[in-house]
Design a protein around this ligand. Structure first.
Ligand code: CP
Ligand code: NVA
Length: 307
């Protein structure tokens, strides 16, 4: 069966640890000036229906460093995903040309439909529901900073969105305590919470409303935009609803620990996080962005070479 990377929930803790070890090895080699051209002759298609800086560049650069090639297709090049021709036809054609497909889209169902017809790995580069590549690069960053993952407390302050979901799964699988603090109307849905709590992995999950209570003893305070791609029309309402959920110096001090702040970027300084916090020595946001490259190289190597 073809292995995809659609959400962290489908991977075992052992597989995730193996990917992190591989990512750390590739990073070390890269810092010493070496590359591992293990995907020479392989090609990846990148289909993005939303904007991207980090994800697109890190995938394309990562594939080049592994010796492979990339074909980038904008939705208009294909006449719209699922519009010019059915998804199953599009995927069956890609099966014959490339060795992996990296997709960023709106509805998660579209990604599942692509994967259903795929004989090559399909990688989720962000949907409205999940952003697993981000969460695993975040795990690599937390591991590097603290030396280990198990037992760390990660507090996500903000919207119960795609980034929060994947981060919750990563924490559950890898033994961290994931806490989310959101206004009631923006909490993670009940069905997600009960599903994630059924996970038998070593992690813990808690959901609260009060960010001050949530951040107590946090190792990591995590922030993302209050208005995700596709929600632009709700921006003004969301700014009002999320008042009190900004990451400030005082909120960081309320952890009572030598904590760090993380943000998947792009950041809207003055909204979900202050400029002062993102520029402070506690901020590891650019290490996080850099680690997208190393985690995704490990993922491409694993998925393409083990098919
Ligand atoms: N964090 C992240 O996925 O960034 P991009 O939207 O720029 O890819
Ligand atoms: N939640 C954000 C993440 C951007 C990387 C969005 O979906 O727009």
């Amino acid at each position: 069966m073809t292995r995809h990377f659609l959400e962290i929930e489908h991977y075992s803790p052992d597989e995730l640890h193996a990917l992190l070890i591989q990512a750390a090895c590739l990073k070390r080699l890269y810092l010493e000036g070496g590359l591992d051209p293990c995907l020479k002759g392989k090609t990846m298609a990148v289909l993005f229906e939303k904007p991207s800086l980090r994800t697109r560049i890190s995938f394309e650069v990562g594939m080049a460093q592994l010796g492979g090639a990339t074909v980038y297709l904008r939705p208009e090049d294909m006449g719209g995903l699922g519009q010019r021709e059915p998804i199953r036809d599009l995927m069956r054609v890609l099966n014959g040309y490339v060795n992996a497909v990296v997709v960023r889209t709106f509805g998660h169902e579209l990604l599942l439909e692509l994967a259903h017809h795929a004989r090559i790995p399909v990688i989720n580069a962000l949907t409205d529901l999940a952003h697993p590549c981000q969460a695993m690069a975040d795990m690599l960053t937390i591991q590097e900073h603290f030396g280990e993952l198990a037992g760390r407390k990660v507090v996500f302050v903000g919207d119960g969105n795609n980034v929060a979901r994947s981060l919750a799964w990563a924490c559950m699988k890898l033994g961290l305590h994931f806490v989310i603090a959101s206004p009631e109307a923006y909490a993670l849905p009940e069905d997600f919470v009960s599903h994630v709590q059924e996970e038998t992995g070593p992690g813990r999950f808690s959901a609260l409303q009060d960010p001050w209570e949530a951040v107590r003893e946090a190792d990591v305070v995590y922030s993302d935009t209050w208005t995700s791609m596709g929600q632009e029309k709700e921006k003004e309402q969301r700014i009002r609803d999320f008042a009190g959920y900004q990451i400030t110096r005082d909120l960081m001090a309320a952890t009572g620990k030598k904590s760090v702040v993380m943000h998947c970027l792009p950041a809207y300084r003055g909204l979900e996080i202050t400029d002062e916090v993102i520029e402070s020595p506690q901020s590891i946001v650019f290490a996080q962005a850099e680690n997208r490259l190393h985690f995704q190289r490990a993922l491409l190597k694993y998925l393409i070479l083990t098919q």
